[in-house]
Design a protein around this ligand. Structure first.
Ligand code: ZN
Length: 265
């Protein structure tokens, strides 16, 4: 783990990259901040989390770090120990954590709950949606630390790295680390409701677009040509043929739309 700081004093804000070693976009955004060293109005901690996995260009060394929180100093896995160290490092910080996917190009935010912080910060980020994951928070960073996660784009793409940079700057502006103003946008809010499992197969297909409602009775994915049909309508989130080992993605329900007027200062 690499930890750096911009500004002096004890940071209450942190930016975390590289929770997953095969998602380099956030690391580039952090590196750029370290290179440019912008003047900050309050201190911020910058963390590159899983350096070992990043070096090997793998998601994790022993286990998924974003399922290993709060971790344990005596854990037998690299990520179990790292999770514990990361929690100690981030304990008093509102944390911004960057990911990328094999599923969806447009950035969106993931939060544990739609609380005051989420309602205040997320509409100021250049994201297309906010996803609430309270049913699936176990082991994730935001189960241990107050965190706004963002999916920056497609894994390994330059666009994801550029998005990571824009998202980080918007976040740091929204929380008063960087000077300036942000734009508030209307934001649809979704809640994850279920995991869509997939059977072992040679080939996988996904027929639907994330955040676009799937009607009951429609085929939405297939394993070796065997189609899965929606029993009831849902919004797909993080769907991809090969992004995860044993799931296609998640079903979600649409909660509401955060209006700009309702949240403006
Ligand atoms: Zn990730």
């Amino acid at each position: 783990m690499r930890v750096a700081q911009l500004g002096s004093g004890t940071p209450e804000i942190a930016v975390v990259a590289g929770i997953h070693g095969d998602e380099p976009c956030g690391v580039r955004a952090v590196q750029r901040l370290l290179d440019e060293r912008p003047t900050v109005e309050r201190p911020v901690k910058l963390v590159v989390a899983n350096e070992e996995a990043l070096e090997r260009q793998v998601r994790f060394v022993d286990e998924d770090l974003n399922r290993a929180f709060p971790g344990d100093p005596d854990a037998t896995t690299h990520e179990g120990q790292l999770a514990h160290e990361l929690v100690a490092e981030l304990e008093d910080c509102l944390t911004f954590s960057m990911h990328s996917t094999q599923s969806h190009g447009d950035p969106f935010a993931i939060v544990k709950g739609v609380d005051e912080t989420a309602r205040e910060i997320v509409p100021q980020l250049p994201v297309a949606a906010m996803v609430e994951t309270s049913n699936f928070a176990e082991g994730r960073l935001f189960s241990a630390i107050e965190t706004v996660e963002v999916e920056c784009g497609l894994q390994g793409s330059d666009t994801a790295a550029e998005n990571a940079d824009r998202l980080t700057r918007s976040f740091l502006t929204a929380v008063g680390v960087l000077p300036g103003d942000t734009v508030r946008r209307e934001l649809p809010v979704y809640r994850l409701t279920d995991v869509i499992r997939k059977e072992q197969a040679e080939t996988y297909e996904v027929f639907v677009d994330n955040f676009t409602e799937v009607e009951a009775g429609s085929p939405f994915a297939a394993a070796d040509g065997d189609k899965q049909i929606a029993e009831e309508s849902f919004y797909p989130v993080l769907m991809s043929p090969n992004g995860y080992q044993d799931v296609f993605g998640y079903t979600a329900e649409k909660l509401d739309v955060l209006e700009t007027a309702a949240t403006a200062d």
